[in-house]
Design a protein. Structure first.
Ligand code: CUA
Length: 196
């Protein structure tokens, strides 16, 4: 009561009207702050895109999600890690409510790895924590990501697109082992680290 009347910061204004000059100054300050925030966000996108190679996947390949399990590339016997003649490996996974198949993938370190995923139902997300691997798995399409791992160990692989009530329980792992400990696979063999 008396406190507000004696507040030295409170300037008496006629009928509470703020002077026009002050309104303009405040608005200009906010425009400058917003432009600065936009500039910082654009810089973060450009810098991370250039330095961490974060970019949208360019692969467009279509597939029938209703017949994934019946045969072809995503038949159950073809899932997991396959060795390629050039020394690289290809990992094939299916994302479905609410798991990845296989749920544990083994790959060798310091080796080019190509992940190929498809969804049997709704949109899921494919993300490897601590790497630049991050894409959506959209039914009807094959998601392809190429990478290689130089650090050994277990990479967590959460689904990061909300896909239903079981979304938060949809996890898998990628286990990176030394090249010498990776099994020698024939062209038809597939491997994973799923406990049988
Ligand atoms: Cu699958 Cu969220």
């Amino acid at each position: 009561m008396a406190e507000t009347e004696t507040n030295p910061l409170r300037r008496p204004l006629p009928d509470g009207i703020v002077p026009e000059g002050e309104v303009t100054r405040t608005e200009n300050r906010w425009i400058a702050i917003v432009l600065g925030m936009l500039g910082v966000m654009m810089a973060v996108i450009v810098v991370t895109g250039v330095t961490n190679a974060l970019h949208p996947p360019s692969n467009v390949e279509i597939i029938d999600p209703t017949t994934l399990h019946l045969g072809g590339e995503f038949a159950e016997s073809n899932l997991g890690t396959a060795a390629e003649p050039d020394g690289s490996v290809t990992v094939r996974l299916i994302a479905e409510q609410y798991n990845f198949v296989p749920e544990c993938v083994r790959v060798p370190a310091d080796t080019p790895v190509k992940f190929r995923l498809s969804s049997a139902d709704v949109i899921h997300g494919f993300l490897l924590v601590g790497t630049n691997v991050n894409t959506m798995v959209v039914p009807g399409f094959v998601a392809e990501v190429r990478t290689s791992f130089n650090a050994l160990g277990d990479y967590r692989m959460p689904c990061h697109e909300f896909c239903g009530v079981g979304h938060q329980g949809m996890w898998a792992h990628v286990n990176v082992v030394p090249k010498g400990r990776f099994p020698h696979l024939s062209t038809t063999e597939r491997t994973s680290c799923v406990q049988q």
